[in-house]
Every structure is written in C-alpha cells, then in structure tokens.
Design a protein around this ligand. Sequence first.
Ligand code: CO
Ligand code: CO
Length: 347
Amino acid sequence: MRTEPIIRLTEYSHGAGCGCKIAPAVLTRILAGVPQAAPDPRLLVGNGARDDAAVYLLDDERVVISTTDFFMPIVDDPFDFGAIASVNAISDVYAMGGTPILAIAILGWPVDRLGPEVAGEVLRGASDACRRAGIPLAGGHSIDAPEPIFGLAVTGTAHRGEVRTNTQARAGCELYLTKPLGVGILTTAQKRGILRDEDFATARAQMLALNDVGRALAGVASVATMTDVTGFGLLGHLIELCEGSGVRAEVRFDDVPRLAALPFYLEQKTIPGGTRRNWDSYGHKVAPLTDGQRTLLCDPQTSGGLLVAVDPSGRGDFLRVTRAHGLDVAPFGVLHPAGDGPVVTVR
Ligand code: CO
Ligand code: CO
C-alpha cells in the first residue's frame, strides 16, 4: 500500500509570508537609485508615496488601483497558502478604498522538488479567494524557482473622491485595527512545530478573512484613511501613515487588539526574525518601548487587518459599517499634529 508523503510547504522556504518583506531601511536604499518617473498628473499615487497601491486617474470620476504582493509559504497546506497569499494581495486594493475587479497570478515553483499537483492546489486556493472577493483569476505567469513563491497582481477601481491614501490622516483621528496582532508569532510557532491545533485554526481563519470592509469604509466620510498591517508590523505601517500625513501617533498599548493565545508562545520565546529587523529599521522613530511592547507592535503580520484613522465626530457611522461586517473594534490610539519628538509614542 502506498501512502501519500506529507508535504510541509514551509520547509521549502527560508522566510514566511509577509515576514519575507525586505526591511523598510533596505527598501529605501534600493529605491534611492531609481529615477522618479516623469511626473504624470494622472498618477495620483505612485512610487514617491509609501502607499498600499498605485492609483491612476482614468477620467474625471474614476481611478484604477494597481498592486502586487507575493511571498513564500506561510502555512504547510498548499490550498491555504494560495488563498492566504491572494487575500493578502487583494487587501491592498481594499486599503485604498477600492473595489477589486480582477487578479493575475504570480507563481515561482521548484518543479524538480515539488510536484505540479501541489502548485495546482495553490492555484485552487487562489481561485477560491478570488471567488470570495467576487473577482476572476484572469491569468498569470509562472517560473521555475528554488523556493515556492506565490501571490497576485490585483487591479481595482474606485471613485476618485473615495480613494484613501496615507496622506489623509488628521490630528484628532482615533486609530482602529480590524484584526488582532500576533499572527507572526503563531506562524513562527508552527514552523517550530509547537503551534496548538486551536491556535492554528484561529491564525488560519484570520489570514483567510478578506479586508472587504475597506470597500464599505470608503463611503464613510469620517474614515480619514486606511492601510493594511502586513510585514512591517503595526508600528511600521503606522509610521508610514503618520509621516505621509504629517501627524504623530499616541498608542495605548493595553488597548491594542491581540490574539489571546500569545502569552503561551511568548513564554517560549517564539519571536519571528522579522520583528527585530522591523525595529532596527524604524525604532529610532518610536519613543522607547519595553521588550513586550516591541514584540507585539513590530510583529510582522501576514494578511493583517486594516489600520483605520477615524474622525471621532463620525465614529457612529464607522462603527455601524464595521459591525455590519461582523467586526468588534475599539480605538487603541489617537493622532496629534507632528512635533519634533518621536513619530509614535506608546503608553
Ligand atoms: Co498594504
Ligand atoms: Co502590499
């Protein structure tokens, strides 16, 4: 009798999920030598901005939103890997306030070590995520590569006035997060083989959840801006938002949403390598933190939630939409006018 060998996809990758992201400081050096494209008045958001996606004006009313995201396996199951990578890529369109319309797959595969049927499962997972987002997986490109890589290029549209960029946050806005932090810690525990089944289920469900609330929030005037929290961790993406908008943030650590299971893994020092890389990249912009604060706030998220800045005068409209999407959120911080001090302070 022949039994199928158990394939553990994460054993084929050196990094995992959005933790594969090149650190912000290294990315700055890479981009430093790239000439800025000739100014195009229709390119509303481009390479000059650290935003979730590029935004291009089609006519007086509509924009096209374009983004790509891909990474190495974050989970062992190929279907889940394809689905999570897809949900994560589509998220950048939602984070701009857009509606995704189609996706193209990007696949790198070690064909001599992993069979084509495994890659097929990855694509089936991607196709399922796209179906849930209401978009076709319309094509793609694949190469033979030393490690499995998968992601999507996603195109979306929006009304010009509903696009949310990282320049639109205002002093006085309250900060919300739509998924709890800590998925990087749980996926690191999985790589070490110590992740409990119930915590795996929590992490999986969270990474598979679409950030489609972003599309609905685009119609809420009090939502000043949104961005999704991925590989740079909450602090990294919050700094981008603050610097883009000329504000600083005050975070109440105890109010930051986090997964309930974290203490068990933190006792065992389960901390992703990306946490330290993130802190080294932007820690100088943050007021001093305790180790525990840093471990949570710099944890690289894969398919993380939306970080939303909301004008408190319209809090009710915001909460009505999040509740309608089954989200139970509460503010964890507030924005102030930028000063000479740190970009983020944690209390
Ligand atoms: Co993003
Ligand atoms: Co992205």
